[in-house]
Design a binder for this molecule. Structure first.
Ligand code: GRF
Length: 211
């Protein structure tokens, strides 16, 4: 295991949706539960999304870069990287950010882009994971925080939390039970990064968080 380079403390969150995971990060920070991590900016590709409203209500810096305004995925990502670098962001957290990142974006933040996904990866990558899990009839579901690579929900796993699937569940009750775990797991991983407790084995692409 090689220790990761300096612990990233300046956190930029990217979101496209309602932003409940962003809210969990904001609330954890307010309770002093993010350690030395600091939320420095929230970026969105959807003007008017709930996450932006939550960020503004918390007094956070925000930017909106709408992907439709760009001729290519690469050009959009370059603009995102520039906006994040302008704020000296060291760790990028995808919290319901519904865009696939290009190799150029990932090269700008090597092993410093994390995503929260609502399934126990590698099961049920992609969209509607909770519904996929429910329809498959699994008895354990959950969420995963992983490093982002160029695949879809395929990067090294950092942390997971499992929940039972109950007999009287429907897709919505299961989604909410998973979401509650997401709100605990994501802040804990951000804190681990900021405290220098994350390492990635470059040969095997296996990520570890020390206690
Ligand atoms: C969460 O379920 C997250 O796992 C997935 O997108 C959803 C975002 O929800 N990547 P929210 O915007 O944080 O409420």
């Amino acid at each position: 295991m090689t220790a990761a380079a300096p612990a990233p403390r300046r956190v930029g969150v990217l979101a496209s949706g309602s932003g409940t995971n962003l809210q969990a990060l904001i609330d954890a920070g307010a309770r002093g539960e993010l350690g030395p991590a600091r939320l420095v900016v929230v970026g969105a590709n959807v003007a008017g999304c709930g996450a932006l409203g939550r960020a503004r209500a918390a007094g956070l810096d925000t930017f909106v870069i709408e992907h439709r305004a760009f001729p290519s995925r690469e050009a959009f990502d370059e603009a995102m990287v520039a906006a994040l670098r302008a704020r000296q962001v060291e760790l990028v957290v995808l919290a319901g950010f519904m865009r696939i990142l290009t190799p150029g974006f990932l090269a700008a933040f090597p092993d410093r882009v994390v995503n929260i996904h609502p399934s126990l990866l590698p099961a049920f990558p992609g969209v509607h994971s909770q519904a996929q899990a429910f329809r498959h009839g699994v008895k354990l579901a959950g969420c995963t925080v992983h490093l982002v690579d160029t695949g879809v929900d395929s990067g090294p796993i950092l942390a997971q939390a499992a929940v039972p699937v109950l007999n009287d569940d429907d897709e919505e009750t299961l989604r909410l039970r998973i979401l509650a775990e997401e709100h605990e797991l994501l802040p804990s991983v951000v804190r681990a990064f900021a405290e220098g407790r994350v390492s990635v084995d470059p040969a095997h692409r296996r990520a570890l968080i020390r206690a």
